[in-house]
Write a protein that binds this ligand. Structure first.
Ligand SMILES: Cc1cc2nc3c(=O)[nH]c(=O)nc-3n(C[C@H](O)[C@H](O)[C@H](O)COP(=O)(O)OP(=O)(O)OC[C@H]3O[C@@H](n4cnc5c(N)ncnc54)[C@H](O)[C@@H]3O)c2cc1C
Length: 419
């Protein structure tokens, strides 16, 4: 078995891994850092626009780049999957059996999609009206299913328990279909239900209040505390368990012609089983410094981190500079900064040409970037979502640039009672 050593090893070359590597190179070219990224996949997807592909507003092929073209110059790509972590000996083992040791470790392998956690889903996803915006292999099928909706049909949309990638994405899919049906003149003839395991439509009450109104305006039948547990793809029936309230523990079965499923998600199994994980399986880091709570030469960010922010690429845009500065502080024997405030952003596509830009920090405090009322759906936000953010991702964030307009942490909810 082969062995290698690198000063900084990054596990996962997705949004977080590439951003951290590129930013480190930009900050520290004079330090001649020895950085390696361990990443098994040859393809890198811009996942935030999957919602647009599923609504027929973006081409899937424009969201894929070769991983090889994104690995920053001077960074070593170890194409393989990490199987185990041994932080006491500063070492990781790959599925191949090879080992890699490090001085500093950055852990960002994202979330795992657990299709098999819903009975029948694995067998029927991608056919018979069962679609999902959550994976590149199925997202185009969402758009196919939407276009097949006819008067008298039933469309279901699901959301599993947290954690999930972009908690607003399941409802974005519902709004787009409702708007599509309105524009096609058949909205009132198609039954559209959104069934979510969560007790509210969105985790941030400031935005949830607006989203409830938007769902009502689209005539979407929203059911809370409903968790998808089984799909019968032959009979086209979906079964949900009610997880709270008077009917807790009961099950209901609904017919569908199309069902958009957001699969249950978790930390990847290899991380869950490691000494780096907290009880929930996520890499156990300090909420503001992103440094591991036990192993001080280890950092975690992105979807796999234990932090309570919303799992978004937007969060990584603000986390990566903190991780990079803290790695450099450690290399220079300095103290780490506790500088990440929990920022995340979820551009909620509420219809074609309309986006509500939800931006917030820890505690659900709204922190808009633009000086506009953040509760409003806007065309300008759609333009940012469809054109601005993909360019920002590929050409700015993944290239290690860091200066972005600041989000306004002093914003006050105009509807809040005076302090
Ligand atoms: C439908 C959908 C809509 C979304 N909408 C938005 C949005 O509007 N705005 C927004 O900001 N974000 C959105 N997101 C979320 C965003 O895409 C994620 O938050 C972001 O990609 C997470 O980055 P990450 O680097 O943590 O994980 P990922 O980008 O998923 O990368 C993780 C990497 O780790 C690798 N890996 C896995 N296992 C191993 C292993 N064993 N060893 C080594 N490497 C491994 C994977 O191959 C992958 O490349 C959306 C996501 C989806 C799916």
């Amino acid at each position: 078995m082969a062995h290698a050593h690198h000063q900084i090893v990054i596990v996962g070359g997705g949004a977080a891994g590439i951003t951290v590597a590129a930013s480190l190179q930009r900050h520290a070219h004079d330090l001649a850092l020895d950085i390696a990224i361990i990443e098994p996949s040859s393809a890198h997807w811009y996942q935030p626009a999957f919602t647009l592909v599923g609504a027929g507003s973006y081409k899937l092929q424009n969201l894929r780049k070769d991983e090889a073209d994104l690995i920053p110059e001077g960074v070593t790509w170890i194409q393989g999957a990490v199987a185990t972590f041994a932080p006491e000996s500063n070492s990781v083992t790959l599925a191949s059996g090879n080992t890699v040791t490090y001085d500093y470790l950055v852990v960002c392998p994202g979330l795992q999609l657990n299709w098999a956690a819903v009975k029948g889903l694995d067998a029927f996803i991608g056919r018979g009206g069962v679609c999902s915006n959550y994976a590149p292999e199925f997202v185009e099928y969402t758009w196919e299913c939407i276009q097949k909706l006819k008067p008298g049909m039933k469309a279901l949309f699901t959301q599993p328990p947290m954690p999930i990638k972009c908690p607003g994405a399941p409802q974005k899919a519902v709004y787009m279909v409702a708007d599509y049906l309105t524009k096609s003149g058949i909205r009132q003839h198609v039954d559209v239900k959104f069934l979510t395991q969560t007790p509210a439509i969105f985790g941030v009450p400031f935005y949830a209040k607006e989203l409830v109104k938007i769902a009502a305006a689209h005539h979407i039948d929203v059911r809370y505390s409903h968790n998808l547990v089984e799909i019968d793809g032959v009979a086209k029936k979906a079964t949900f368990e009610i997880v709270a309230g008077d009917k807790q523990g009961q099950r209901i079965t609904l017919d569908y012609d199309m069902i958009h499923v957001t699969p249950p998600q978790s930390a990847p199994d290899f991380l869950k089983a490691s000494p780096l994980a907290n009880a929930g399986g996520m890499v156990d880091v300090h909420a503001n410094s992103l440094q591991h709570v036990k192993y001080k030469n280890v950092f975690g960010l992105g979807d796999a981190a234990s932090t309570a922010n919303s799992k978004t690429a937007a969060a990584i845009r603000k986390q990566a500079p903190v991780v990079v500065r803290n790695l450099l502080h450690l290399i220079h024997k300095g103290a780490v900064e506790e500088a990440y405030d929990g920022y995340a952003s979820c551009p909620l596509t509420t219809g074609y040409g309309r986006v509500l830009m939800a931006e917030f920090i820890y505690g659900g405090k709204p922190t808009p970037t633009l000086p506009l009322d953040p509760r409003k759906e806007r065309l300008v936000n759609w333009t940012i979502k469809k054109y601005g953010l993909p360019a920002l991702y590929w050409d700015y964030m993944l290239k290690g640039y860091e200066s972005f307009p600041k989000h306004d942490t002093t914003y006050v909810d105009p509807a809040a009672p005076p302090a």
